[in-house]
Write a protein of this length. Structure first.
Length: 422
């Protein structure tokens, strides 16, 4: 089952990644368009330099300074400066050049060059971390006011025409960067969730296939050996064993298909019937608690499925590894130290028992994971009173809520009549 990918309107593959190198031609084009939009603010200074009233020296100085200013701005936009250490000179040199050129060009060429401070404010938001940019942007705005004071003819309106855009554009860029970073973090988190979901699905499939095929193949092996021994003298019985093998194989195929599609959920009654057949074939006597014969109460679909998997795994281990002659199945209710009510499935055998150095295999580890998903747990160890092995699987007992159809008795609180009078 593959996780479904959803596309976000703020997918970072389609965003203009401020302060980072373009990773494709499409991103380079988007960055170029982003820069071109802001270059419209330079129409005033460029128009003044192109007019007939400007001297050659001023024109050369203006275009040279403007070219250096734009070069610094482009470097800030296209270079991947975020990986530089906070105090690296390469990080702040272009910004310092923009500040110096903004002051020099405005001071020498006219108040229309105050527009450069808007670019400087945006660059401050790009380069500086929030704790510094929140002070740097107001300082750039103060420079607009201070340098603009040189030109008395615009003193009445330059505050609104240049200072406010410089202040606002800087903080807007901070917001844009915050949005981009948040979007990238969300995308990273979404990819991590998808990776974890895929890994969990692989683990589920591995557990299901191990439990399903381990049990079925063990039964097929036993019946095949039995059919081989019966074939010379009892061909009819051998044919019956072969028919059973075919039935088990077909059921295993169905189980595997259900496991792959994620719809496999075993039932206790079905697994109990399978346990009887497997143990009978292996020549192991089975004793079943009457509580297991009836439909157990207090089980949800998930907890019943977990106990059914536990029964299947336990019976598979008894048949394959125990060398037992008897097996016992119990279902009991227990209270534990955490004051929780549990149903406990116990599988005891009189076989070889656990070795001191024995470690749990994939089946028991997978069973622990299944039980943990239902807030249950697994215990294994020597069987009581014998040299065999005991497996105990615990799941929480579910207490159904009272149905509204059941009337709640109302206690009679009226005083008793004296002397038998009504």
């Amino acid at each position: 089952m593959r996780p479904v990918e959803t596309k976000s309107a703020f997918d970072d593959r389609n965003l203009v990644l401020i302060g980072q190198r373009p990773r494709s031609r499409r991103q380079a084009l988007r960055k170029s368009m982003w820069i071109a939009v802001w270059l419209l603010y330079l129409a005033g200074p460029v128009g003044e330099l192109s007019s007939h009233g400007v001297g050659t020296a001023q024109r050369v100085w203006g275009f040279t300074g403007l070219a250096l200013f734009l070069l610094s701005y482009v470097v800030l936009i296209f270079r991947h400066v975020w990986r530089k250490p906070p105090n690296a000179p390469q990080r702040y040199a272009p910004l310092a050049a923009m500040v110096v050129l903004s002051v020099a060009l405005t001071w020498t060429l006219g108040f229309s060059w105050l527009v450069l401070f808007i670019f400087t404010s945006v660059a401050s938001a790009v380069v500086l971390p929030w704790r510094r940019s929140r002070w740097a942007i107001p300082l750039v705005t103060a420079l607009v006011i201070a340098v603009g004071a040189r030109y008395p003819e615009i003193r009445n309106y330059y505050l609104f025409a240049y200072a406010l855009p410089a202040l606002g554009s800087g903080f807007v860029m901070i917001g844009v960067q915050s949005l981009i970073r948040t979007t990238q973090e969300l995308r990273t988190a979404r990819e991590e969730v998808a990776r974890l979901a895929a890994n969990e699905e692989r683990l589920r499939l591995a557990r299901d296939l191990h439990d399903l095929l381990g049990h079925s193949l063990s039964l097929i092996t036993l019946k095949s050996e039995l059919a081989g021994r019966m074939l010379p003298g009892r061909p009819e019985d051998a044919a019956q064993q072969v028919a059973d093998i075919e039935q088990v194989s077909r059921q295993a195929l169905v189980d595997v298909r259900e496991a792959v599609t994620g719809y496999r959920r075993p039932r206790l009654a079905v697994e109990l019937a399978g346990a009887r057949a497997a143990l009978r074939t292996a020549g192991i006597a089975l004793t079943v608690d009457p509580a297991l014969e009836d439909e157990p109460r207090g089980l949800t679909a998930d907890t019943e499925g977990a106990l059914a998997w536990a029964l299947r795994e336990a019976i598979t281990n008894v048949v394959r590894h125990s060398g037992a002659r008897r097996c016992e199945l119990l279902l009991t209710e227990e209270w534990e130290a955490d004051d929780r009510h549990y149903l406990c499935l116990t599988v005891n055998d009189d076989g070889n028992g656990p070795l001191r150095t024995q470690r749990d295999g994939n089946g028991l580890n997978g069973l622990r994971e299944r039980l943990a998903l239902t807030d249950g747990h697994l215990e294994t160890g020597p069987a009581p009173g014998s040299r065999g092995f005991a497996l105990r699987a615990y799941v929480p007992r579910h207490t159904p809520a009272p149905t509204p159809d059941t009337p709640t008795p109302i206690p009679d609180t009226s005083p008793e009549p004296a002397n038998g009078q009504l």
